[in-house]
Design a protein around this ligand. Structure first.
Ligand SMILES: [Zn+2]
Ligand SMILES: [Zn+2]
Length: 240
C-alpha cells in the first residue's frame, strides 16, 4: 500500500534535484551533474593545500616556504571550492538542508581513509565555532555537524574547544586584508591542551585566516599540532 502511494506520489511529484531541479531517481537527492565535484590536484602544498606546479623541497608552496603565516600544520580537503559544490555547501549552511551533512561527511571520510591520514594519532576532533548570536540565527553550526559525524565514524573524541568572541557580519563583501584584521584574535580555547594533537573541522577554507586563528587559539593553550579538515578549498589564481 505504501509502495503504491509512493509510486503515485512520484508520478504527480517526481523527485527533483535539490540544487538544479532536474528530475532524478527517487533514492537520490542530487542529479549526477550536481554531484560531480572537482577534486583537488594530487600535488598540493603539505601545509596550506594550494596546488603545486612541480615537486618542490618538502612539498611546500613558495609562500609557506618563505613565511610562517599560518598557525595550523596542514589542511586536508578533497575538493576545489567551486560550483556545483559551492552551491551544495550553501544549501547545507544556510537553508537547513542539514541532512546534506551525511553526504558531505562521507566524501570527506572517504578521502581521509584513501589518503592514509594518521587520524588515530590525534586526541580530539573539534570545529570552527559560531558566535552564540549567529548560532541562534542560523540554528545550527554546519562545521559542528560535520565534526560530530566524523567523530562517530572515525572514533575520535569530539570536543568543543573553541569560542568565537565577536559576532562578525557576513564576510562575503570584505577583502582578504579586512577579513584577516577582523578575525584576528577572535577565537579563544576553552581548556588547557598541553601536548595534544587536534583535528579542526570547517566546511570550506578560503583565505585560511579563520582556521589559522582557531589554530592560534588552540596552540596558545598548548596544542602541539592542528590539522584542518575541510570539504573544499579555494584555489588561488597564481599557484606557486
Ligand atoms: Zn542537479
Ligand atoms: Zn602552502
Amino acid at each position: 500500500m505504501l509502495k503504491t502511494l509512493e509510486a503515485a506520489l512520484d508520478i504527480f511529484f517526481p523527485p527533483t534535484c535539490l540544487n538544479c531541479g532536474k528530475k532524478i531517481s527517487p533514492s537520490e537527492f542530487l542529479c549526477p551533474a550536481c554531484q560531480d565535484f572537482e577534486r583537488m590536484p594530487a600535488l598540493v602544498c603539505q601545509k596550506c593545500a594550494q596546488p603545486l606546479k612541480t615537486v618542490q623541497g618538502a612539498n611546500l608552496c613558495s609562500l609557506c616556504r618563505r613565511k610562517n603565516i599560518y598557525f595550523f600544520d596542514r589542511i586536508i580537503a578533497p575538493f576545489v571550492y567551486k560550483n556545483p559544490l559551492s552551491q551544495i555547501l550553501k544549501l547545507f549552511k544556510y537553508y537547513h538542508y542539514a541532512y546534506l551533512g551525511d553526504f558531505l561527511k562521507d566524501k570527506l571520510a572517504d578521502f581521509i581513509l584513501q589518503a592514509g591520514f594518521n587520524y588515530k594519532e590525534y586526541d580530539f576532533i573539534t570545529y570552527v565555532p559560531m558566535h552564540k548570536t549567529k548560532l541562534r540565527e542560523r540554528e545550527y553550526n554546519q562545521s559542528k555537524i560535520l565534526a560530530s559525524k566524523l567523530s562517530k565514524d572515525l572514533k575520535i573524541e569530539l570536543k568543543e574547544l573553541l569560542k568565537a568572541k565577536a559576532y562578525l557580519k557576513s564576510q562575503v563583501t570584505k577583502n582578504k586584508r579586512q577579513r584577516k584584521e577582523e578575525i584576528k584574535d577572535n577565537f579563544s580555547a576553552l581548556e588547557n591542551l598541553k601536548d595534544t594533537r587536534i583535528i579542526l573541522v570547517d566546511d570550506v577554507v578560503t583565505t585560511g585566516s579563520t582556521v589559522s586563528e582557531c589554530a592560534r587559539a588552540l596552540k596558545e593553550k598548548g596544542a602541539k599540532e592542528v590539522a584542518v579538515w575541510a570539504i573544499a578549498r579555494n584555489i588561488n589564481e597564481n599557484p606557486a
